[in-house]
Write a new protein. Structure first.
Length: 97
């Protein structure tokens, strides 16, 4: 569980990254989950965008993806959300905030 200070720190880091995955009208598929899981292991902090043709609610989608990838929702704004999960092998982000 992230503290408010850790969440604020991660939000600041997320400002400078682009969305690396997109959820479209098919919703949260196995392929999307695999891509997100791999990206979380490699980068720890990722931004996901929900396309306009998707019927998913951003916060609901963020919570569902976080549950399925065992990650934490950092923020959900508009049609984008940010996820964080500490890498098992090569941690790059230090959360001693």
């Amino acid at each position: 569980m992230l503290t408010s200070k850790q969440r604020a720190y991660l939000k600041g880091l997320a400002n400078n990254i682009e969305a690396i995955a997109y959820i479209g009208k098919e919703g949260i598929t196995e392929g999307v989950l695999k891509q997100l899981d791999d990206a979380l292991e490699a980068r720890e902090l990722i931004k996901v965008s929900i396309q306009k043709n998707s019927i998913l609610d951003t916060k609901e989608a963020a919570n569902e993806v976080a549950r399925l990838t065992r990650s934490e929702v950092v923020q959900a704004i508009g049609r984008k959300f940010v996820l964080y999960r500490k890498s098992k092998e090569d941690s790059k982000i230090e959360l001693n905030v």
